[in-house]
Design a protein around this ligand. Structure first.
Ligand code: ZN
Length: 155
């Protein structure tokens, strides 16, 4: 178990540093700004949708500052969500929320579906940090909602 935790630590540190999806999109459909006052994390996230019959997340770009967990979670979420249908993103978001409330012992099959984002499972044992891990997902959900109420013909 110690090895797995070390691996998870490494994934989190790598993503906190490399920040996949970092940088705001010029061409976007929805935007959200989220703040986690308990830790001071903040993010501005923009999403571009591929508006087909089953709309997909075409791109996510974000700019933020905060603790390693919040920044790593945004980076991991970016890799997980880009290219997915909105229905899939909803499902992954629900799984991630569930993982954040298990406090250890999250179902392995569900963890597999979260891919590298499962590295954040350990955060669920520290309730004060759960909001850090959820910041990005809240921003993505709000940015998609914003995109869906915006008429693409107007932009
Ligand atoms: Zn934080």
């Amino acid at each position: 178990m110690a090895d797995l935790e070390q691996l998870y630590q490494q994934v989190i540190m790598d993503h906190a540093r490399s920040r996949h999806g970092s940088g705001l999109l010029e061409d976007w459909d929805g935007e959200s700004v989220q703040v986690n006052p308990t830790c001071g994390d903040q993010v501005r996230l923009r999403v571009r949708l591929d508006r087909t019959a089953a709309p997909r997340v075409a791109a996510i770009g974000w700019e933020g500052q905060g603790c390693s967990i919040s920044m790593a979670s945004l980076s991991l979420m970016h890799d997980l969500a880009v290219g997915r249908t909105l229905a899939e993103v909803d499902e992954l978001n629900e799984l991630f929320l569930e993982m954040m409330h298990t406090r250890g012992g999250f179902d392995e099959d569900k963890a597999d579906r979260l891919e590298d984002a499962a590295a954040l499972e350990g955060v669920s044992r520290f309730p004060a940090r759960v909001k850090c891990a959820l910041l990005g997902w809240m921003a993505l959900r709000a940015a998609i909602a914003h995109a869906l109420v915006t008429d693409p013909e107007d932009s």
